[in-house]
Design a binder for this molecule. Structure first.
Ligand code: FAD
Length: 547
């Protein structure tokens, strides 16, 4: 009879290490011992602050309420990504966490192509862009989410399917921005208190058994650490999966040209500026800049291609982009390993986080990959026989997920009408996969639907593809013939309804600062201390927000 896994060793204490520890502690039987060893000499990557809307499931699964964890991590809300400078027309657009409505069998995007092509598609089809422009919170002061039908459906779904990220069908209307190091610290305190063993030490060597599996992990001061299952969370180093087990790394640099970043943390006066509930992705000469507003500061950085800019040039361009706000701030230069380990699970070792794979953070998928990796591990959890079918299925799911996101991000560059610098010209000369080429040829004539997007689970649905193509300027000439001949009355009513609803929500929802301050006030935390900063917003809460 097979024996159960009794000891799990997680190597690495970045976001992936602590998310894995917290999740496994919740998911595995009480008799399984979890140890996490991390170096206090090798720093964590120190970025990774914007998330994907499925992250709500992670916190729900751990039983964490927003009011408990968000203030601890200077967290705020994210309802969309705003893309600036990504099309030749120079028009900004939003990629929201919101699907198109369907009218008479066709999405509002199809109706937009027929009826309102002269107006911004995102503002016409969705409420979220206006909520973002007006820095509104996705929650009313009483805690209700602005779209209660989504909230209730999500809760129902979630209760039924806690541990199956890939299956859930509800699009939650927001994600979070948070300080990644504060989140790691928060999860560490929680999991260590609940019994995870924490060792601060350097791993100096990885010993292999005769069958090629990992036998022990040698540390500087704590000797050899042995376990049944090893989780590699050592970041780009891939200490266990790549270096010890020799798993090849598949680079994506042939299609995703950006391989470096320079990052900064910029203090922000939220009383004066408010907090934007969206991530910005602003295209520059050799890549793009992220802007992630947290409670009290923003995280920003320039993701660029080393073929088209040196680190000095990139830092200078980032500083020029930020203006006086960047004066005196330290820049953190990062090399990015873009691609994935051929197999994330080999013998008795599973790689999660940057060691498993990473694509540039254009759609905030790094933490999503971590969550996906952990959830898949739990649903494929082995015993000591390490059944090869479980391993194969895990590797297929994780690989397809990362590859799917790679293709989606490739589309961001390839389909963009921008080609004004050597970098942007080069993004049109890459060799895209035959599957993506086929899809793009089709999408010249009709918008993506569920049947034409990559069917493997990778977090993005047809609506996201359609939003990106319309925003990038890759627009079909007209709607499908069936839409062109259909009665538009109900579609026009739906557009009017979006406008009316957007107006009502913009008026009634509190601002993000008002909402988060309200939460902090309820916790009695309106003081400034340590990394946690709470300040009262300027002015009274508007009357509409009280109703
Ligand atoms: P790391 O943070 O690198 O942690 C590695 C750990 O391994 C550390 O604790 C280190 O001490 C330990 N370690 C290494 N070697 C040893 C050793 N020899 N002995 C002991 N311990 C060791 N993701 C998002 O979801 N949203 C974003 O907005 C986003 N932005 C990003 C921007 C950039 C520029 C980059 C590069 C990544 C971004 N990511 C983002 C990805 C995100 O940062 C990572 O997915 C996340 O931080 C997880 O990292 P990690 O824990 O795998 O690795």
């Amino acid at each position: 009879m097979s024996k159960s896994i009794r000891n799990v060793l997680i190597v690495g204490g970045g976001t992936s290490g602590w998310m894995t520890a917290a999740y496994l502690q919740r998911a595995l039987p009480a008799g399984v011992n979890i140890t996490l060893v991390e170096s206090d000499r090798v720093p964590t990557i120190g970025v990774g602050e914007a998330t994907f809307s499925t992250i709500k499931l992670f916190f729900d699964y751990l039983g964490l309420e927003e009011r408990d964890w968000m203030p601890e991590c200077n967290a705020s809300y994210k309802m969309a990504i705003r893309f600036s400078g990504w099309n030749a027309a120079g028009r900004d657009f939003y990629h929201p966490f919101q699907r198109y409505e369907t009218v008479d069998g066709f999405s509002l995007a199809e109706w937009w192509l027929r009826l309102h092509k002269d107006k911004p598609f995102d503002q016409m089809c969705f409420s979220i862009p206006q909520l973002c422009e007006n820095k509104r919170s996705p929650r009313f002061l009483d805690g209700e989410v602005f779209d209660p039908s989504v909230q209730h459906a999500f809760q129902r779904e979630h209760i039924d399917r806690k541990n199956t990220l890939g299956d859930h069908k509800i699009q939650y209307p927001y994600a979070y921005h948070f300080d990644a190091s504060l989140l790691a610290r928060f999860l560490m305190k929680r999991t260590v208190t609940a019994g995870v063993r924490h060792i601060l030490d350097d791993v100096t060597n990885v010993g292999l058994r005769a069958d090629g599996a990992i036998g022990h992990v040698q540390t500087q001061n704590n000797g050899a650490l042995e376990a049944d299952l090893y989780i590699d969370c050592t970041g780009f180093a891939g200490l266990l999966i790549n270096k010890a087990l020799g798993t090849p790394f598949i680079s994506f640099n042939d299609t995703l040209l950006c391989d470096r970043a320079v990052a900064m943390q910029v203090p922000e006066d939220i009383e004066a500026e408010g907090i934007r509930p969206y991530t910005s992705a602003t295209a520059l000469s050799a890549g793009w800049v992220w802007n992630i507003p947290l409670y009290g500061r923003k995280g920003t950085g320039y993701v660029y291609s080393s073929r088209f800019a040196t680190p000095e040039q990139a830092e200078a361009e980032l500083r020029a982009h930020l203006g006086p706000a960047a004066e005196g701030l330290k820049a953190n230069h990062i090399r990015m390993r873009i691609g994935r380990s051929e197999n994330a699970w080999v013998k008795n070792c599973v790689a999660i986080g940057l060691s498993s794979g990473f694509v540039e953070p254009l759609e905030s998928t790094g933490i999503f990959f971590i969550q996906h990796g952990i959830e898949q591990l739990v649903s494929h959890f082995p015993d000591l026989s390490f059944n090869p079918s479980l391993i194969r299925s895990y590797n297929r799911g994780v690989g397809e997920c990362i590859d799917g996101v790679r293709d989606f991000l490739t589309l961001h560059y390839y389909a963009s009408t921008r080609a004004d610098t050597p970098f942007w010209k080069a993004t049109k000369e890459i060799a895209i996969s035959p599957a993506l080429a086929d899809r793009l040829a089709l999408w010249k004539h009709r918008l993506p639907d569920a049947m034409s997007v990559n069917p493997a689970y990778h977090g993005f649905e047809a609506y996201s593809y359609s939003v990106m193509l319309l925003g990038l300027g890759y627009v079909p000439e007209g709607p499908q013939p069936a839409v062109a001949s259909a009665d538009p009355t109900r579609a026009e009513a739906a557009f009017a309804q979006v406008r009316a609803r957007t107006h009502a929500l913009t008026t009634r929802l509190p601002s993000v600062v008002e909402y988060l301050t309200h939460v902090a006030e309820a916790r009695g935390e309106l003081t400034q201390g340590g990394a946690r900063i709470y300040r009262r917003p300027a002015g009274p809460v508007p009357d509409e927000a009280r109703s």
